[in-house]
Design a protein around this ligand. Structure first.
Ligand SMILES: [Zn+2]
Length: 108
């Protein structure tokens, strides 16, 4: 069973670095193939986005602000749910309340 911890500065730095790498990949793809092969660019953009969402889903969990339950979500839910920097609007699997769940880092 995964354990969860509040985000550390290192978690934030890793997250922003990976996001930055994704953005650089998108810009590079736009500059290299975007004009002549727009469909390739769309493909690269979708692949980068999917990779980021899968990474985020595997790396982070969520903590319910109402009952404190800690849980994980599917890749699709992670992609579709509205989010702010360190919260995501989710339904808690324990108390069933919809609220802004706090992002926590999975450990182990
Ligand atoms: Zn809850």
């Amino acid at each position: 069973m995964a354990k969860y911890q509040d985000l550390t500065p290192r978690d934030r730095m890793t997250g922003y670095s990976i996001l930055a790498i994704g953005c650089v990949a998108l810009i590079a793809a736009a500059l290299l193939v975007g004009k002549e092969h727009p469909l390739w660019f769309v493909g690269v953009a979708l692949a980068v986005l999917a990779a980021l969402v899968v990474w985020h889903t595997r790396t982070f969990g969520y903590r319910c602000p109402s009952c404190g339950a800690q849980f994980e979500v599917s890749v699709l839910r992670n992609f579709l749910a509205p989010n702010l920097a360190e919260t995501k609007f989710l339904t808690c699997p324990v108390c069933k309340r919809k609220d802004w769940a706090k992002v926590v880092a999975k450990r182990g």
